[in-house]
Design a protein. Structure first.
Lengths: 122, 122, 122
């Protein structure tokens, strides 16, 4: 495998992600251009809590909700843990519909591991 | 990074995976075309349990067992958690030998998190 | 998606990783060409322990420490769990600066799950 092929893959892969610090800075800003979407498909009683201010938008329902989204916002999706496919599937739906969107690096697990703000669901 | 490069990577990446619902529907069907392979390399006492009906096929032994596999089946491999490389290594071996194969999205961790059927090993 | 596109992605992706066995064999060899870098960004009291013999080199500081690294060594980076982006970001920095480098497959979580040697930080 050539070094350039590795670098190309890493650059493209990493361009799909956004760091928690960017999201965190916008949590308390009512005019923030970032909107966090919780794309987990599990029912609310399984999810229990979510990133503070996130909007529940299960990946399985996302395509039907695209007309409600705002092309002037930047969407940040997250799943339970890093490395799963649900965030990537949601990201593909959003990018294909011409939204600016990223997956949250480290996902909910990393967010909670860093003791960042969450809120109870329900 | 262009949007198209991101979409191309996401589409190829996601095409490697199969959802748990597809696998679940076939668990109780004796004529199912899906065969689930547990490719974890750990010894049985560490693994303790597995997806119901899975066949233990450690990734390190897979190449030697290819002649026993059936080209009319669809193989679904899984490792402990999503994002590891063992499932991808097994998938590469299977695809390179012309089998139809996918990695199970969310892996064993996700399967158990959704309380889907497992069985004790041993 | 063509089978060849899947195989190409898997081959490139897997070429970024190195197996724990390679690292393990070199842990007690003072002349080993492998150097393990712990690229977690969390403070030491959160990290608590690390892979035995690893050097703490937070991903956020890595670019500034490149002049201290040795082009005759092979660097192995790891984050908390597999599938996160920190190891890939560190890898991109190292490869772009012409170092030979890999991410540790299964990350710290997998290393500890296999009961491989760690050491307390601090």
């Amino acid at each position: 495998m050539t070094k350039q092929a590795k670098i190309d893959l890493l650059e493209t892969y990493l361009s799909l992600y956004i760091d928690h610090t960017t999201v965190l800075d916008s949590l308390d800003d009512p005019n923030s251009k970032y909107v966090v979407l919780d794309v987990r498909n599990a029912p609310a009683f399984v999810k229990k809590d979510q990133i503070k201010g996130a909007i529940a938008m299960p990946a399985k329902d996302l395509a039907g909700h695209l007309p409600e989204l705002d092309h002037d916002k930047i969407y940040v999706v997250y799943d339970w843990t890093a490395g799963t496919t649900l965030g990537k599937a949601a990201l593909l739906t959003l990018l294909s519909a011409d939204f600016e969107a990223y997956e949250l690096a480290s996902a909910l697990e990393g967010w909670k591991g860093m003791n960042l703000p969450t809120e109870t669901i329900g």
